[in-house]
Design a protein around this ligand. Structure first.
Ligand code: PAF
Length: 284
């Protein structure tokens, strides 16, 4: 595996690959890699001739300086995992390399960015759009891979792709979970042993809400999830919203969406965890 640190080197290496007609799969990451990331890499490996993984903790998407400062950074271990997974290129730039000038672009992300994470983390999605558009512009991937744990992020990236006119395929990949159901996340390492034991209650509650949803309204289902998760020690739900899976707009009636998705954010101590679940369509 090649480790490339500059944009010029990345561009020239990939221009050569494109000239040979090879397809390029890009997996953007912020490092601290876990099996969830590796599942994206494996999918990219199956689909493409050349697999590029970027490892970059993007400062422009952090609206909380403590979160940026405490974000785990494990470059050596990450590169080892990527090499073991058969990645061709790890792109590991510095902040100055990615942003030689401050990025002042403001994307018109529209309604998909105006709900849930949008108001909770002002500027976050604009920062994601900035860095992902740069990565797309540098790599011109055939396909780019994103985990469905960040469900809303995928809708935002699709919108950015539409705005910028990138010609590529966005490939959403299923959430990877630990055996006890907790969604894999780089933030999980910050949970205390006690919090780590309780955190799977998020997924368990979302799972049990599937039965609940069959005989209850959207509002009742939301209330059930919030009350159940909040009943566990250390857990505080920031929001639980049931939205249409394509538009990200909240629904108030099951009939309003063919693909309702419940998106939750929970503070477990001071660690912010997110997860989601797809409900079956209630339409006949
Ligand atoms: O999902 C993430 O890890 C990040 O938001 C991404 C897409 C790598 C952009 O920094």
């Amino acid at each position: 595996m090649e480790i490339i640190r500059t944009v010029d080197d990345l561009r020239s290496r990939l221009a050569a690959a494109r000239q040979q007609g090879l397809s390029i799969g890009l997996v953007p990451t912020m490092g601290a890699l876990h099996d969830g990331h590796i599942s994206l890499v494996e999918r990219a490996r199956r689909d493409n001739d050349v697999v590029v993984v970027s490892v970059f903790v993007n400062p422009t998407q952090f609206n909380n300086p403590t979160d940026l400062a405490t974000y785990p950074r494990t470059e050596e271990a990450d590169c080892q995992r990527l090499a073991d997974a058969g990645v061709d290129i790890a792109f590991v730039p510095t902040v100055d390399e990615m942003y030689p000038e401050p990025d002042t672009r403001v994307f018109d992300l529209g309604p998909v960015a105006e709900v849930m994470e949008g108001p909770m983390r002002p500027g976050h999605f604009n920062g994601v759009a900035q860095v992902v558009s740069r990565l797309f512009e540098m790599t011109h991937p055939t396909r780019a891979y994103f985990g469905e744990k960040d469900f809303q992020q995928i809708a935002v990236i699709r919108r950015m792709v539409e705005l910028e006119g990138f010609d590529l395929e966005i490939v959403p990949c299923p959430i990877k979970r630990h055996d006890d159901g907790l969604a894999m996340s780089s933030r999980n390492v910050r949970l205390t042993p006690e919090q780590r034991e309780i955190a799977p209650a998020i997924h368990r509650t979302l799972q049990s809400s599937l039965d609940w949803a069959a005989t209850h309204t959207v509002d009742e289902t939301k209330r059930y999830v919030v009350d159940t998760v909040n009943s566990f020690p250390h857990m505080e739900v920031e929001y639980y919203e049931i939205v249409d899976g394509a538009t990200m707009q909240p629904i108030s009636d099951w009939q309003q969406s063919q693909e309702p998705v419940g998106c939750i954010t929970v503070y477990c101590g001071d660690v912010r965890l997110i997860d989601n679940i797809k409900y079956p369509s209630h339409k006949c």
